[in-house]
Ligand binder design. Structure first.
Ligand code: LMR
Length: 402
């Protein structure tokens, strides 16, 4: 072994584990055969597998046959992909002048958007919901922003505290950047109603705020068009905005890192300038995106029969999650948990914001090898007939002894 002189890195401290992915790492190292991970937002089928969608497998076979090169991709990604995913987002008949670039998953889209905003709105601050996805704060801080939070979830009602949210947003200075979850709010599963979104449009318009939508779960609430309601309402009102799309969940392409960033601009000429700047950001970060996953998404969306099959598979995922929500609430009751958890059936998307305390979450992990995010967020999409009894019995036991 080489003996080093004084180490250059001696002063570097150990970083804390990631609040979500760090749990997956700990889960993978856990030897308990009964272990259950309900941490990361990943859909599993009834057998506990993270499936490859049938239509994605089909597209992959076609791609392998016709792929002819591994040459570099364009900086802003595959034009056909950008066009298809923009239509998924804004609707086929939208006349908005929007720039869409391919990104490395939803997180990559958020980071490219954050770097763009920091370059041109350097004195703005960012506002995220309380609570929000665990990575939002650090991502925008890493881009150089001060990150604040606006009221969102009311633990008393397990619903939205719309009045407080509105009052805070009304008080923000123009050009404040406000992160909104377009549907299936992560972690709470609580979204504004259509009427509330319409009121938010007014607040953003009057206040000159910059909306940045995170759309990671399109299709997991009601369907493709319904879940784009909020984004389309802002765009139709003529509000310039940014949208980060992820295809990790809707196409189950987690490891392929497929996402897109869309910026809605006021004119063709403005769109051209914005695209040129976004391309500079991509080029200086990772040069150009990867090809495989984006080709799969583009080819499924371009073929009407494949697209219909994809929507069918997406609906199956959505419906299984709904069944698990119902079963979860019922089993908790059957196992003797007295607290009312019926609100879990009203939450939307992949997660249940369970209201379990930090102490309960820690005990579920240390005594039962059940992994849940510290906020009490449970991935309902990871529940199945085989693990649900173990989970509900463990919750009943820990709650009873609390
Ligand atoms: C989640 O919220 O669990 C997912 O979006 C996965 C992740 O990257 O955190």
């Amino acid at each position: 072994m080489i003996t080093m002189q004084a180490s250059t890195f001696a002063q570097i401290e150990l970083a804390p584990p990631d609040p979500i992915i760090g749990l997956t790492e700990a889960f993978n190292n856990d030897a308990n055969p009964k272990k259950v991970s309900l941490a990361a937002g990943v859909y599993q089928d009834g057998a506990g597998k993270v499936p490859i969608l049938k239509v994605v497998r089909e597209a992959q076979e076609q791609l392998l046959e016709k792929e002819e090169t591994k040459n570099y991709m364009p900086i802003d990604g595959i034009p056909a992909f950008n066009q298809q995913v923009q239509a998924l987002l804004l609707g086929l008949d939208s006349t908005a002048r929007a720039v869409t670039v391919q990104a490395l998953g939803g997180t990559g889209a958020l980071k490219v958007g954050a770097d763009f905003l920091k370059r041109f709105f350097s004195s703005s601050q960012v506002w995220i919901s309380d609570p929000s996805w665990e990575n939002h704060r650090q991502l925008f801080e890493a881009a150089g922003f001060t990150v604040n939070s606006y009221p969102y979830y009311d633990p008393e009602t397990h619903g939205l505290d719309f009045t407080s949210m509105l009052n805070t947003l009304k008080s923000l200075p123009p050009s404040s950047i406000v992160l909104l979850h377009a549907c299936c709010h992560n972690p709470t599963g609580v979204d504004p109603s259509r009427e509330e979104w319409t009121r938010l449009v007014d607040i953003f318009q009057t206040g000159g705020l910059i909306p940045f939508f995170d759309l990671a779960y399109q299709g997991f609430d009601e369907g493709i068009d319904a879940d784009a309601f909020a984004v389309r309402a802002f765009v139709e009102a003529g509000i310039p905005c940014l949208i980060a799309q992820s295809f990790s969940k809707s196409f189950a392409l987690y490891r392929e890192r497929v996402g897109a960033l869309t910026i809605v601009t006021a004119s063709e000429e403005e769109a051209k300038r914005v695209r040129s700047q976004i391309k500079r950001i991509i080029r200086t970060n990772y040069s150009s995106p990867a090809s495989h996953g984006a080709h799969l998404v583009a080819s499924v969306l371009a073929d009407p029969a494949m697209r219909a099959r994809w929507e069918g598979e997406l609906a199956e995922m959505r419906e299984r999650i709904l069944q698990m929500r119902k079963l979860f609430v019922r089993r908790l009751r059957e196992k003797g948990v007295e607290r009312d958890f019926s609100f879990i059936e009203r939450q939307r998307g992949m997660f249940s914001y369970s209201g379990l305390s930090r102490e309960t979450v820690d005990r579920l992990r240390s005594q039962y090898s059940i992994y849940i995010v510290g906020s009490g967020r449970i991935c309902v999409a990871s529940l199945n007939e085989k693990n649900i009894d173990y989970l509900c019995e463990a919750i009943a036991d820990v709650e009873e002894r609390a």
